[in-house]
Ligand binder design. Structure first.
Ligand code: FES
Length: 213
């Protein structure tokens, strides 16, 4: 039986840096996704290879921007969340000053609007899932925009970023799979993956052993 290393599966050199690995992963995901002529097995192998390399690279290397480990709120962060689909349906805008007040009064479904307590060291996507919600994602490792959220109030720290532009980050966009809150309260709009600029950064969703978008 032929066993390929994660580097071989992604098609990168063993000394590839994180940016090269992310690029290779994005390319291989598109090549191997079943909707694009690949197979579930090949796609899963790429996913597994990326996760293996991430454990050896991304989690060990502090990002220059962040200066290292985030300092979460010791008591956790109360996060008010809103599904972007609801904005579309109601004609609301991300920049509306009273966006969350309108959401609170609109009688929305619990999966579209609500509050969760994010525990220290929980990532936002992970926290939502741990409380029974299914928010969009694909790679779970900072290489796409599927899990992007807009932080409307409060602060979230992203340990590394290889896909969002500086302007997007400046505008409060972040990747929920690798980021966690650092303020005691936060308001976020999730499911913003189809916004201009983010849509083209999406990857085919991982849909074989986890909930999907
Ligand atoms: Fe790809 Fe979060 S799911 S960056």
């Amino acid at each position: 039986m032929c066993v390929e290393s994660p580097f071989e599966i992604l098609g990168v050199d063993p000394d590839a840096d994180e940016t090269e690995i992310v690029r290779a992963y994005r390319r291989r995901v598109k090549e191997t996704h079943p909707d694009h002529g690949g197979s579930a097995d090949a796609f899963q192998r790429v996913q597994t290879a990326y996760e293996a390399l991430q454990n050896g690279h991304a989690t060990d290397v502090p990002d220059a921007e962040s200066g290292g480990e985030r300092e979460p709120q010791p008591e956790g962060t109360r996060v008010e969340f809103l599904n972007y689909d609801v904005l579309d349906d109601h004609g609301w805008d991300l920049d509306d000053d009273d966006l969350f007040e309108k959401a609170a009064d609109a009688g929305l479904d619990p999966e579209d609007y609500g509050k969760i307590l994010v525990q220290p060291h929980e990532h936002l996507l992970e926290a939502a899932e741990n409380r029974g919600f299914s928010w969009p994602f694909a790679c779970r490792g900072g290489a796409c925009a599927n899990c992007a959220v807009a932080v409307v109030e409060g602060e979230m720290e992203m340990p590394s970023n290889h896909v969002l532009s500086a302007e997007m980050v400046e505008d409060g966009f972040g990747l929920s799979c690798i980021s966690g809150p650092i303020s005691d309260e936060m308001k976020v709009v999730f499911n913003i993956k189809h916004l201009p600029g983010l849509d083209e950064l999406r990857l085919p969703a991982q849909r074989f052993n986890r909930p999907t978008d």
